[in-house]
Design a protein around this ligand. Structure first.
Ligand SMILES: O=c1ccn([C@@H]2O[C@H](COP(=O)(O)OP(=O)(O)O[C@H]3O[C@H](CS(=O)(=O)O)[C@@H](O)[C@H](O)[C@H]3O)[C@@H](O)[C@H]2O)c(=O)[nH]1
Length: 478
């Protein structure tokens, strides 16, 4: 591992600045994991900053959660007189889905530890991007949460690709469940250049492999709740099932993993993860749930709106911003909505309030030992054109005139296709979806309008081409 990292690092240190494409911005060369690791404090040194840092090892779960153990869904009520709360490690707990989920679980009286190397913030610095909403440091976030709720969230700053760090986090926190959001999650980011493609697959695949080894080594009964993606399936011309499909071939029948046709190095990393998890479930008896999530929209959850220091991030740029969130920001600043190609690209979508609900449902109903469950985590399907029409209508209600343009598609993907994906398993577990109603779109648009002065319109157009990706590192100029 160390060898792998140092060799890729040396490539990046010497990389020249090259233009991303003639008409658009450049992107700075991205240091690979080794550089990141050296630039981010490992959690051992972090714990020296006691004034600013929640103590990673000092939590007495039973004391902290006395109230919660009586009523909370996070409590394990089966273990006798003094039930202890379920201990959940949220890897990637400082990110968009991870932060909202950490707060939700803490609010529900789970004992939460965030594990994060803060690399998502580093990507913004590297690429000159910023969240629409101002976000506080992880330390201020956790301090504010504690002051508002008297609930502690444990914090481990470090990289799950570093097994020594992960081992310490596991042995000290002793999780009952691990939610793994800690991956590079942007398809465009993974398609910037060779080094970002390698970084994405190395970080995601090896990080997950480390998590699997940590569970086997230190916490065999621990339930892995892994964020997968609907993009693993691609857009087949048949219905998409939840993880598995029963096929009869030459007179014989079997239930097999649903075929995967991912269409970016990022989405492919999740396919590789799924295979590793499926194998280790069989070989080692790991209990695992793969949440094949669709495109998430929204920003507010009950917890993040409690205080401005708890605000979640809201990406609108061409690399980390996703379709509906981007469209709302575009409408708010008077930029035409950027429909890529014909706009018939159809995906599953869900509100971030449903992301946090789904993760809790998966934790509260764990997989059995050796079981590898797959849930399709979305609530509604939309084409990009349908989203643009919905945002146009919502804009009209708020007196905003919204235009739409067709942008040459920077991706390689079907622009008109059949799409019908099952998504019943989470509903069966009790998911109560927040569907994309007029009122939600109004409030999303209002958030975009509230912060529109923070928008850097140069970041809106797509700048990464699936076809033009090359070996040369892309750089950004100031
Ligand atoms: O301005 C835009 C942005 C996107 N699109 C189109 O909208 C669709 C969705 O793109 P996206 O950027 O909203 O989402 P995607 O790249 O697929 O990735 C996001 O959604 C995935 C779920 S899914 O799409 O694979 O189901 C997650 O895994 C990823 O972490 C998350 O970043 C694509 O067909 C894309 O071409 C546009 O037409 N215009």
């Amino acid at each position: 591992m160390a060898h792998l990292l140092s060799s890729s690092c040396s490539l990046n240190i010497s990389c020249p600045k090259t233009s991303l494409n003639s008409s658009k911005q450049n992107l700075s060369s991205f240091p690979t994991s080794l550089t990141l690791r050296t630039s981010i404090q490992p959690f051992k040194t972090l714990s020296l900053n006691k004034k600013n840092t929640p103590k990673p090892f000092s939590v007495n779960a039973t004391t902290l959660q006395q109230d919660g153990t009586k009523t909370g869904s996070g409590s394990d009520q089966t273990s006798g007189e003094k039930p202890r709360p379920t201990r959940v490690m949220v890897i990637g707990g400082d990110g968009y889905c991870g932060w909202a989920t950490s707060l939700h679980l803490s609010n529900k009286n789970y004992e939460v530890a965030i594990v994060d190397n803060l690399v998502r913030r580093h990507f913004d610095d590297q690429l000159g991007l910023d969240s629409l909403t101002p976000i506080s440091s992880i330390h201020d976030r956790i301090r504010r949460w504690r002051s508002l709720t008297q609930k502690d969230i444990n914090l481990y700053i470090g990289d799950v690709c570093d097994f020594e760090f992960l081992s310490e986090a596991f042995t000290s926190f002793k999780p009952d469940a691990v939610v793994h959001f800690g991956e590079q999650r942007s398809a465009p980011y993974s398609m910037i250049d060779r080094s970002r493609a390698i970084y994405t697959q190395q970080n995601n695949v090896l990080g997950t492999l480390n998590v699997l080894f940590a569970i086997k080594e230190f916490s065999e009964d621990c339930h892995l709740v892994k964020l997968g993606t609907m993009g693993e399936y691609g857009t087949p011309n048949i219905d998409i099932e939840e993880g598995y499909i029963t096929i009869t071939h030459n007179g014989r029948t079997d239930t097999l993993p649903y075929p995967k046709q991912a269409s970016s190095f990022y989405h492919l990393s999740k396919v590789h993860d799924s295979n590793n998890i499926a194998f280790t479930s069989k070989a080692w008896g790991i209990r695992a749930t793969d949440l094949n999530q669709g495109v998430v929209y929204g920003v507010r959850t009950d917890e993040t709106e409690m205080h401005e220091e708890l605000y979640n991030r809201f990406d609108y740029d061409g690399i980390f911003g996703t379709a509906l969130n981007r469209f709302c920001v575009q409408a708010a600043v008077g930029h035409p909505l950027t429909v890529y190609g014909k706009g018939g690209q159809t995906r599953g979508y869900l509100d971030i309030r449903d992301t946090v609900q789904c993760v809790e449902l998966a934790i509260a109903n764990p997989a059995k030992r050796g079981e590898f469950r797959v849930f399709n985590q979305f609530t509604e399907q939309f084409s990009v054109n349908q989203l643009a029409a919905l945002v146009t209508k919502a804009g009209e209600k708020l007196g905003i005139e919204v235009q739409t343009i067709s942008v040459p598609n920077p991706r390689v993907e079907a622009e008109e296709h059949y799409y019908n994906a099952k998504h019943t398993k989470l509903i069966e577990l009790g998911l109560e979806p927040h569907l994309l109603s007029d009122s939600l779109l109004d409030s999303l648009l209002n958030v975009a309008v509230q912060f529109k002065d923070r928008v850097d319109t140069k970041q809106i157009m797509p700048s990464v081409s699936w076809r033009k990706i090359g070996a040369k590192p892309k750089t950004v100029s100031a």
